[in-house]
Design a protein around this ligand. Structure first.
Ligand SMILES: NC(=O)c1ccc[n+]([C@@H]2O[C@H](COP(=O)([O-])OP(=O)(O)OC[C@H]3O[C@@H](n4cnc5c(N)ncnc54)[C@H](O)[C@@H]3O)[C@@H](O)[C@H]2O)c1
Length: 271
């Protein structure tokens, strides 16, 4: 159902790899709500070709950019303004990758080259995007930038290894850049801390299936779906959340504030 919440707005959406991606669902919903969008992903992800389907479905263009490369990000922001005919109203940062996780390396034994890469791709990339947009003055006043995070930024989760550190840094960049961009152009910067969700990045984590079920049982509303996450992103891009900035917003069915549910107790009951 469309309420035209994003009518007349121009957005950049990163991180749509396939239909399961949180960014994919957000692109579809932003389009339904009347936004013009440009899609972007790392050149290597383009080769898989899936994103072209999303571009057709949403009538959007694709601009490849490795989010760790300043020249490619500069090209992304300048071409996006050319294509859509004006400054950018919203940006979704939905980028994460850890080779330590892919290779099943435990936290005490992290490989530091991979660790650096994790931080660069998953956290510094947000700073780089904001830096490029800020210097080019590419965002409209009251524009909105949303990054996707996870509760391992605040609590220890054994399996999340260096991504936990990347998410803590990401959320700190949200606060610090949110301050500067707010003062400069009233641009809002927030992160959404999303439930475990069955995507390529999520599914790459060891034991993800069991943990997904655990979180489902330990959230009074159950896990937040990818569609619900997309709806929340749309609301943050819209004019209804103009005074929300520098926040990490939990979107997790209540998981973050629950100690124990009856459902989880039942699952462990001995008699
Ligand atoms: N799935 C979950 O359980 C979950 C939960 C909370 C937060 N998140 C976060 O949501 C975001 C999106 O992940 P997702 O779950 O939709 O998985 P996904 O695998 O569909 O998306 C991750 C994206 O990051 C892109 N990417 C990787 N390296 C890049 C680079 N150098 N430059 C540009 N793009 C690059 C990938 O191509 C991919 O499109 C990530 O930040 C992830 O950490 C996911």
């Amino acid at each position: 159902m469309s309420h035209n919440l994003l009518q007349g707005k121009r957005g950049i959406i990163s991180g749509a790899l396939d239909e399961n991606s949180l960014a994919w669902k957000t692109a579809v919903k932003a389009h339904q709500q009347g936004a013009k969008i440009v899609l972007t992903n790392a050149p290597i992800a383009m080769r898989m070709g899936e994103i072209k389907k999303l571009a057709e479905q949403t009538g959007s263009e694709i601009i490849p950019a490795d989010a760790t490369n300043m020249d490619e990000l500069t090209n992304l922001f300048s071409k996006s303004q050319e294509i859509m005919g004006g400054k950018i109203d919203f940006v979704l940062h939905a980028i994460g990758m850890s080779t330590n996780i892919r290779k099943n390396i435990a936290y005490p034994e992290l490989n530091y080259d991979f660790y650096n890469k994790t931080l660069d791709v998953s956290a510094l990339s947000l700073h780089r995007m904001l830096n490029v947009a800020y210097k080019m003055d590419a965002m409209s006043e009251w524009g909105s930038v949303v990054a996707l995070s996870y509760i391992a930024a605040q609590r220890a989760f054994s399996f999340y290894t260096d991504m936990a550190d990347a998410k803590a840094l990401l959320e700190s960049i949200v606060r610090s850049f949110g301050y500067h961009y707010g003062k400069y152009r009233k641009v809002r910067v927030n992160s959404i801390s999303q439930s475990p969700t069955k995507t390529t990045a999520g599914g790459g984590i060891k034991g993800f299936g069991d943990f997904y079920d655990f979180a489902e049982l330990n959230s009074p509303l159950g896990n937040a779906s990818a569609e619900a996450c997309a709806d929340y992103c749309v609301s943050l891009f819209s004019d209804y959340t103009k005074m929300v900035t520098m926040q990490n917003l939990f979107h997790d069915g209540g998981y973050s504030f629950t100690g124990m549910t009856d459902d989880l107790m039942k699952a462990f009951a001995k008699e």
